[in-house]
Design a protein around this ligand. Structure first.
Ligand code: MOS
Length: 715
């Protein structure tokens, strides 16, 4: 409806416009700039280069997660690196002047693709932010396997992928007095406040970050990326508000991507279909160390997905002259599930056992690597309900055996899983005499419906109609909350809202007891309830407004924090799912069409059926893109991205998407948080791509181990 205001849409008086200039070489040094023509162009206020850029503080990778040169030196580490920022009085003038900036480089030899340095891999230094180790092993590393053992040993690859949210990155920065205010597209206003205050040597309270709406992030807005920092640098230099909008093309070089992965899987199973050993060795791309390090943790899922006496995993990095990779929906799990769930399908075929049956024979009753019980797991129900709704029993197991007219029909499935995360969060609730409430939290709505679910929970707790509860989010002056990543916003923030609402409720009950006039002094507050905007108790009820009048108060407030229970660490916490897909493949043209989809998910308690389903189908559609379309192409000579636009970088569109049936199995997680939710954002993407690849194998007899699946691979 156009009612959501995004970062670039705030109007400030006297706003200047900044445009990025990017490196055209992949490695080397800037020798100098020729700025004479650009500076003479109309409206140009300043051109910031490494020669005159503000020196930043605390550039350590651990603190910022982003250590781009940020105009701090003349070194070039990738094609597309920001080398200058042109600020002018209009966007058009800044764009024209940016095109007139001349940069002289000395190019050195670059590693432009992972394959060029494949054998020189390194162990990640800060794997999974220290929450996991790069390698794992349970049981024997190379167990002696009996004769008759079946083996699957294959390499699976996934390409570089870019997030391409509808809203590009944008920042408006305003430096006034000692206060920096930024309106920026981010999944984490608290992280942006921390990063910007640290880089500019400011106190956190002197940086305000505002982001009421995000037009899609998918991980690309999880860090505070260079454009936001450079916009802040520019406003400090020109002393007026500066707007910096990243162009669609620049979105491919300014804010991360899912790195390419090359994954070797080795499975061994006995003829009864019991896994004897599982190995998953991952090599993935990162940037040069001066830029930062990111490791796509693709094998984490293999550590917990199936039970086997020997499970080993490793992650290694290949340093390439590209920008820093980052989280992209289901980071690790999405790419890793493609490898392990394709290999599981290959093994089931080798064993001549139904793929679901094979998975059930190796069902993990507890997390085999962590050696912990699962907090909750209803994966059996996902397989059963998904298979029934899909009609799995109609599948003829032989590849290339099913047709609809001329079209080959394939049915495939795969398992889904994603960790249940939670971090400390806080919120406040404000109740006024007219019976309306305001919920506030320094979280953000990245398009998942956070405004709605937080209001719902407060309305429930306070016995108010939903229309009487407003939510305010996306402002770092509000009670702090974590990044909206890792599918943890509800799990983290909802308990805080609930606790704050309970704080208001306790105050209301105290007032009802002291001022209600019902002789409630002797009753326990437990017998009081809040319903229909009134306190209800033995022998009477009193409306909130009336109570406020009697007590002579205008409002009630409560602020509360909530954090994970300490014993949550005694469990392995995950959501699960089963994906079922039917494809139709044209045997002459190799075109793959997804024709049917059923996804059954164990995602804990669902707070809102509509927003949950939106996330589930969104993730599945993202998985269709991963399987069939998405791939960032690099020119090997220059290290330049050749499809940096959304007409050449293909994503799934409506015409690619059939009716999707989603099933939410009955499951409430008793451990992860008081509401029993598990998080939905990333889960439905995991397993979607291998389910399609498995269906394509079933349709055609051709096993595709390199994404995306292309027409030419099927001819
Ligand atoms: Mo998600 S990739 O943690 O935004």
């Amino acid at each position: 409806m156009g009612g959501a205001k995004y970062a670039a849409e705030f109007e400030l008086p006297d706003m200047a416009h900044a445009v990025l200039v990017q490196s055209t070489i992949a490695a080397g040094k800037i020798l100098g700039f020729d700025l004479i023509a650009a500076k003479a162009m109309p409206g140009v206020l300043v051109i910031i280069t490494p020669d005159n850029a503000e020196k930043l503080h605390n550039l350590k990778p651990a603190q910022q997660k982003v250590t781009y040169p940020l105009l701090q030196n003349a070194d070039i580490k990738f094609n597309g690196q920001h080398v200058a920022v042109v600020v002018a009085d209009t966007f058009e003038r800044a764009t024209a002047a940016a095109a007139a900036v001349r940069v002289h480089y000395r190019a050195t030899k670059a590693v432009t693709t992972m394959d060029q340095a494949f054998s020189e891999s390194v162990t990640p230094k800060n794997f999974s932010n220290g929450r996991a180790k790069p390698d794992s092993q349970i049981g024997e590393t190379s167990p002696i396997l009996p004769s008759g053992t079946l083996r699957v040993e294959q390499i699976y690859t996934t390409p570089i992928e870019h997030h391409n949210p509808m809203e590009p990155h944008a920042t408006i920065a305003h430096w006034s007095g000692e206060q920096l205010t930024v309106w920026t597209a981010t999944q984490g206003i608290s992280g942006a406040q921390k990063a910007l205050s640290s880089l500019f040597g400011l106190k956190p309270q002197n940086v305000t970050v505002i982001c009421p709406y995000v037009g899609g992030g998918f991980g690309s807005k999880g860090n505070t990326w260079p454009p936001a920092v450079l916009a802040a640098m520019a406003t400090r230099q020109v002393n007026r508000p500066v707007k910096l909008v990243v162009t669609r093309e620049q979105m491919f070089t300014s804010n991360g991507y899912r790195p390419r992965t090359v994954q070797r899987i080795k499975l061994a199973a006995n003829p009864d279909g019991r896994l004897l050993s599982v190995r998953h060795d991952v090599k993935t791309q990162t940037s040069m160390p001066e830029v930062g390090e990111f490791a796509e943790p693709s094998a984490l899922i293999t550590r917990m997905l199936y039970s086997a006496p020997s499970i080993g995993t490793s992650h290694r990095l290949v340093q390439v002259n590209h920008g820093l990779p980052t989280y992209m929906r289901g980071p690790g799990e999405s790419s890793g599930a493609f490898a392990i769930e394709s290999a599981m399908d290959e093994m089931a075929a080798a064993l001549k056992i139904d793929p679901i049956d094979f998975r059930l024979r190796n069902y993990a009753e507890r997390d085999p690597t962590a050696d912990l019980p699962f907090a909750s797991k209803a994966l059996r129900e996902c397989y059963a309900q998904g298979a029934a709704a899909f009609g799995w029993e109609k599948r003829n197991p032989a590849p290339r055996s099913m047709r609809d007219g001329h079209m080959l029909v394939g049915m495939g499935m795969a398992t889904s899983s994603y960790p249940t995360n939670r971090m400390p969060a806080s919120a406040s609730v404000h109740l006024t005499a007219d019976g309306s409430a305001l919920v506030r939290s320094g979280t953000q709505d990245i398009g998942t419906g956070t405004y709605t679910t937080l209001a719902q929970v407060a309305a429930d707790e306070l016995g108010l109609p939903l229309g009487k509860v407003r939510t305010q989010l996306g402002d770092s002056r509000l009670p702090p909350a974590p990044v909206s990543g890792g599918s943890m916003t509800s799990a983290s923030v909802v308990p805080a809202v609930q606790a704050a609402a309970q704080g208001v409720k306790a105050q209301l009950f105290a007032l009802a007891i002291s001022h209600g006039g019902f002789q409630w002094q002797s009753v326990s507050p437990d017998v009081l309830t809040l319903i229909d905007s009134a306190v209800d108790g033995p022998a009477g009820r009193i409306g909130i407004g009336q109570l406020f009048t009697l007590a002579k108060i205008k409002q009630l407030n409560a602020t509360a924090g909530a954090q994970p229970a300490p014993d949550a660490n005694d469990y392995s916490k995950h959501a699960f799912g089963a994906q079922f897909v039917e494809v139709r493949v044209d045997p002459d043209l190799g075109i793959v069409r997804v024709s049917r989809w059923v996804g059954a998910f164990d995602c804990g308690r669902v707070l809102n059926a509509k927003t949950a389903r939106s996330q589930l189908i969104g993730g599945i559609i993202y998985g269709m893109g991963m399987a069939l379309f998405e791939e960032t192409r690099i020119d090997r000579n220059t290290g330049r991205i050749t499809n940096a636009n959304i007409s050449d970088y293909l994503v799934a569109v409506n015409a690619d998407v059939p009716e999707i049936e989603t099933i939410i199995v009955d499951s409430i997680d008793p451990i992860s948080n008081p509401l029993g939710t598990k998080g939905i954002g990333e889960l439905p993407m995991v397993g979607a791509a291998p389910a399609i690849a498995n269906a394509v194998y079933h349709a055609t007899g051709t096993r595709i181990r390199d994404l995306p699946i292309r027409i030419e691979q099927l001819l």
